[in-house]
Ligand binder design. Structure first.
Ligand SMILES: NC(=O)c1ccc[n+]([C@@H]2O[C@H](COP(=O)([O-])OP(=O)(O)OC[C@H]3O[C@@H](n4cnc5c(N)ncnc54)[C@H](O)[C@@H]3O)[C@@H](O)[C@H]2O)c1
Length: 338
């Protein structure tokens, strides 16, 4: 019996295997087999390991059991330790993430990064067409990416519940939620007393209630598995008291309260909740000149790009981020002093 992918020649001790709760999805009949590879079903089935094993042991028959396993806490600790020593920092292998608003901009950038570091990612967004293009672009860049599309209106609780159900059907579990969907490009600017109530409500329905809906729908799953990550994408507008778009600033400010209370309520179940507040990031709403001009008021005098969010969000989503919770982190090139 050969155990695991990272060291295919290692002989597994059965006692280790017996600690695993195995749900065998596709079972071979190993009557004549001399070699059985137990493979995690989250690893692509066209992985090179079986071929290389067959090459090493040409005289043996080989069977592969694709299994879906939940590792005991001992084994999980060991996996983390190994991944750490192997330099696998910020590795999201075997994690399942939902990222809302992932059809473009910051959400799409985060989705590709998560795929690159091994997560299975459900890209959720309002627009089905944009989602298909997003999935295609990720698969073009990262051939073994495991990404899926889910159309959702985060402002609707029913729609969000359906998104979570779909994610569970597709991936079996949820480990990470990135609440990124938001409206800002279409909002009117001007003094707050001239804002329409409809626009105020719509902004809160998507930016605040949307994040609340998603966190509420995912939380029971994270609590049941006693682990998980929730990351809110807020805005540096909070720390700047960005005026003349008060509906937006207020809707994102409310997320700070939600994030902190959720972190407090979920901490005992090993779940971290944090918020990342981007400054101005180029996602197509401003001209290059406008962005360059604004960048001059920051400590770091360059335009922020979606990729600038990837490092901190991946860290917060990873095992390495496990002791960081209830924090909001500004990624704005030095503007808001937190
Ligand atoms: N780009 C910036 O300068 C900046 C700065 C601070 C904060 N942010 C925040 O970062 C997040 C992403 O910003 P972006 O610039 O990539 O925006 P974007 O407009 O490019 O993308 C937002 C995505 O959210 C989706 N979305 C909107 N409403 C939705 C709904 N009801 N349900 C599901 N999906 C919905 C859109 O379809 C879109 O794909 C937003 O929450 C935004 O407020 C952005």
């Amino acid at each position: 019996m050969c155990f695991g992918h990272k060291s295919p020649h290692a002989v597994a001790r059965l006692r280790v295997a017996s600690r695993l709760r195995l749900q065998i999805l596709a079972e071979a009949k190993p009557r004549d087999a001399a070699l059985i590879l137990i493979s995690d079903d989250r690893i692509p089935h066209d992985n090179q390991i079986p071929q290389s094993l067959a090459h090493c042991y040409p005289q043996k028959l080989m069977y592969i059991l694709y299994v879906n396993w939940q590792v005991s806490s001992d084994a999980e600790q060991e996996r983390r330790r190994q991944s750490h020593f192997a330099g696998g920092a910020m590795d999201l292998s075997n994690k399942v993430a939902i990222i809302t608003g992932a059809a473009r901009g910051i959400g799409l950038s985060l989705a590709s990064r998560f795929c690159r570091v091994g997560a299975r990612v459900v890209l959720a967004d309002l627009h089905e067409g944009d989602l298909s293009e997003a999935i295609e672009s990720i698969r073009r860049d990262i051939p073994n990416a495991q990404c899926f599309a889910a159309t959702v209106d985060v402002a609707s609780r029913v729609s969000v519940e359906a998104m979570v159900k779909k994610a569970i059907e597709l991936c079996g579990r949820i480990d990470i939620l990135v609440n990124n969907a938001g409206v800002w490009k279409s909002l009117t600017t001007g003094p707050f007393w001239q804002l329409s109530t409809d626009e105020w409500r719509h902004t809160f329905a998507v930016n605040t209630e949307g994040a609340f809906n998603c966190a509420s729908a995912v939380a029971p799953h994270l609590i049941a598995q006693k682990s998980g990550r929730i990351i809110f994408i807020g805005s540096a507008a909070i720390g700047e008291a960005l005026a003349h778009i008060t509906q937006y600033t207020a809707s994102k400010s409310a997320l700070t309260g939600l994030m902190r209370c959720a972190a407090k309520e979920l901490g005992k179940d090993g779940i971290t909740v944090n918020m990342v507040n981007p400054g101005q990031i180029d996602t197509g709403a401003f001209t290059r000149e406008q962005l360059e001009l604004r960048a001059q008021s920051k400590f770091i005098k360059r335009v922020g790009m979606p990729a600038d969010l990837e490092g901190i969000v991946t860290l917060l989503a990873s095992e390495e981020g496990g002791f960081i919770t209830a924090q909001q982190i500004y990624v704005d090139g030095g503007g808001v002093l937190n």
